[in-house]
Design a binder for this molecule. Structure first.
Ligand SMILES: Nc1ncnc2c1ncn2[C@@H]1O[C@H](COP(=O)(O)OP(=O)(O)OP(=O)(O)O)[C@@H](O)[C@H]1O
Ligand SMILES: [Mg+2]
Length: 612
């Protein structure tokens, strides 16, 4: 008997028990029970087995008792059934949980604000870092200031908090920077919204106000953007300022000028493309961060095979992903019976012959360099060495993908049609030394814009964080090369937007104006947090900043280095307009999405039905 049949029989038994319980009651108190039954049918509650079946009949019994009781106890018997009704009215399955109305909204607000508060302390150039330690094997440690990296590694249960984690990830993928700001702004918008909801303003009114405010803020910022795309020198200095502002909140802040130079050079080589695949970041522990350098071409962290040439000019490269380890007998899943060792030797010889033919086919492509993703065993390595071919084994997948991209080749796995295989080309392949390690350098590659940034640093943790910071800078710069509009940083954009939004609030009649006003306060929270994180008197600085921004064309922002309100143009604190716009729009959309929620339903995953 299968488990589903057992389950069905149990169900039937339950129903019978339910009926048995109510059987005598039904016969004595037929009329009220029938009335109760009719009521259940009309309200859409089905006759259900199990515990609910029993509740069903118990309710009928209580109704019946209420019917025949004297007036005193009648009250008790007629109120009790309603308690059971509450249980029986459930539409959802037993394992689903519902939170409604105000409770659901509160749960969302609290979750989102908790996430925003978590990353808030990392915002700005004086923001702190966080240590993330995994509880899994190895207990890996990451030290970071990057909002997206912190949020990605959290296991979160609250659905609203998950929405914020998601916008941070999207911000990271789209523009690379501003992953903390977007979450902080969304959190502040919700904090303000909570106050409005408590004042009995409907969430839809708040959403309408926020939408108007976001549009107004975007337009205000758009009008204040600067664009130097016509002037190459000025544009380069814009890029340098943007890179330095991005790096100033990260581990590379000490050498921000040096790294900003590296990043700008690397991005300008791309000539407008946003394909950051062409820029390889290679981490080599040892030395100090200042020993990092930019190298034109491609560097592969692998070794050249024994007895093979260490330098090749005018290289023709075959990039492959194929098994080159069959010089050993490996027969999986099959049993081969032999009656003597001579037979084993025969099989080995046959395998070797197969490998020799494969190597001949590869050499037949007219190449002088062969790069394989998989291992190359001794026998094929010898064959390549005899033919004077440089063979590189076990180049990982990212390695060969990048190599194929920059040398203009394609990854091959069969070698029967040499004419259909696209080879990669480069001018020189040679072995180089970085620190104590030997690496292979491909220079004069087909994709001229490709380059490698070699990062040096005291430890793996330092290098990992340096890579993340540099990645932020490279992303922002590549976006700025495409959209050359630039704004100042240090809270300047938020103050510009807040001022316009404030004015809109004053002009707008009705309850929406409260929401618009709240939006302006949420925007001002960003410079407040930057100042707080730097240990400055934020209330004093923000009031000074607000007064400064009432003057026309103000360039005032928070200068955390001098601890006062300063000229952002002179300090060279600039940011990409695209990043600021993405922060504004994503944060508003996320806040709107969370505000719309009036019910959270948690469902267990659907159980798999047992098959007969
Ligand atoms: N020297 C500076 N003085 C004042 N504010 C600065 C300075 N440098 C950067 N900022 C401001 O700091 C904020 C950026 O901080 P941070 O880089 O920590 O966060 P993020 O860019 O939002 O997120 P993440 O870099 O983690 O993706 C921006 O608003 C920027 O204008
Ligand atoms: Mg940043």
């Amino acid at each position: 008997m299968t488990s589903s049949t057992v389950a069905k029989q149990d169900d039937l038994m339950d129903r019978r028990i339910g009926l048995r319980l109510s059987g005598p009651t039904l016969s004595i108190l037929c009329h009220p029970c029938l009335a109760g039954h009719a009521f259940y049918r009309n309200t859409g509650v089905r006759l259900i087995g199990g515990i609910r079946g029993r509740l069903y009949h118990l309710t009928a019994l209580l109704f019946s008792l209420a019917w025949i009781c004297p007036p005193g106890p009648r009250l008790t018997f007629s109120t009790l059934p309603w308690l059971f009704f509450v249980q029986m009215e459930r539409v959802l399955k037993d394992d689903a949980v519902e939170e409604k109305g105000e409770r659901a909204r509160m749960a969302s607000f609290i979750g989102a604000m908790a996430i925003a508060d978590l990353v808030k302390t990392t915002l700005g150039p004086k923001g702190m870092d966080k240590i993330l330690q995994s509880t899994g094997r190895g207990r890996n440690v990451t030290v970071t200031n990057d909002g997206a990296t912190i949020l990605k590694s959290l296991h979160i249960d609250n659905p609203a908090a998950k929405v914020l984690v998601d916008i941070s990830k999207v911000q990271d993928d789209e523009v690379g920077d501003g992953t903390t700001s977007v979450v902080v702004l969304a959190g502040e918008l919700l904090r303000e919204a909570e106050k409005l909801v408590n004042m009995k303003i409907h969430p839809m009114t708040i959403i309408a106000g926020y939408r108007m405010a976001a549009e107004c803020a975007r337009n205000a910022l758009l009008q204040k953007t600067m664009d130097n795309k016509e002037n190459i020198d000025k544009f380069r200095s814009d890029l340098m300022n943007i890179a330095m502002t991005t790096l100033s909140s990260k581990i590379l802040s000490q050498d921000k000028e040096y790294f900003a130079e590296l990043a700008v050079d690397a991005v300008l080589r791309l000539k407008g493309s946003t394909n950051l695949e062409a820029i390889q970041i290679l981490k080599k522990p040892g030395g100090s961060l200042k020993d990092s350098f930019l190298d034109e071409g491609f560097i592969l962290d692998k070794k050249i095979g024994i007895g093979q040439p260490k330098r090749i000019e005018n290289a023709k490269i075959l990039v492959a992903n194929t098994a080159m380890d069959t010089d050993k007998v490996k027969i999986y899943g099959a049993r081969v019976r032999v009656d003597s060792m001579a037979k084993v030797a025969e099989i080995e010889a046959a395998e070797k012959q197969k490998m020799r033919e494969k190597v001949q086919k590869i050499i037949g492509h007219g190449i002088n360099c062969f790069v394989n993703r998989q291992l190359i065993y001794n026998f094929p390595e010898e064959l390549f060495a005899d033919a004077g071919i440089l063979a590189i084994e076990h180049a990982d997948f990212e390695g060969i993908e990048r190599l194929a991209l920059v040398t203009g080749g394609e990854i091959a796995s069969t070698f029967d049609n040499p004419e259909s295989v696209k080879l990669g080309h480069c001018k020189v392949i040679e072995e180089i030394m970085i620190g104590e390690d030997k690496l292979i350098h491909f220079s004069g590659v087909e994709m001229g814009q490709a380059c490698t940034i070699v990062l040096r640093g005291a430890s793996e943790h330092v290098l990992d964080e340096a890579e993340r910071s540099l990645h932020d800078a490279l992303c922002v710069l590549s976006q700025t090369v495409n959209d050359t509009r630039v704004v100042f940083g240090g809270g300047w954009p938020e103050m510009v937007m807040a001022k316009e939004v404030d004015e809109l609030a004053r002009k707008t009649p009705g309850k929406k104006s409260h929401a618009i006003d709240a939006f302006s306060r949420a925007l001002q929270a960003i410079p407040t947090i930057i100042a707080d994180n730097a240990g400055l008197d934020s209330a004093e600085l923000i009031s000074q900043l607000r007064a400064e921004h009432h003057k026309e064309n103000s360039v005032a922002g928070i200068d955390v280095i001098s601890g006062s309100v300063g000229d952002m143009q002179k300090r060279g604190i600039s940011e990409s307009f695209k990043v600021k716009q993405a922060i504004l729009l994503s944060a508003t959309e996320a806040a709107e999405m969370i505000l719309r929620v009036d019910e959270i339903i948690t469902c267990a995953p659907r159980q798999r039905e047992d098959r007969m």
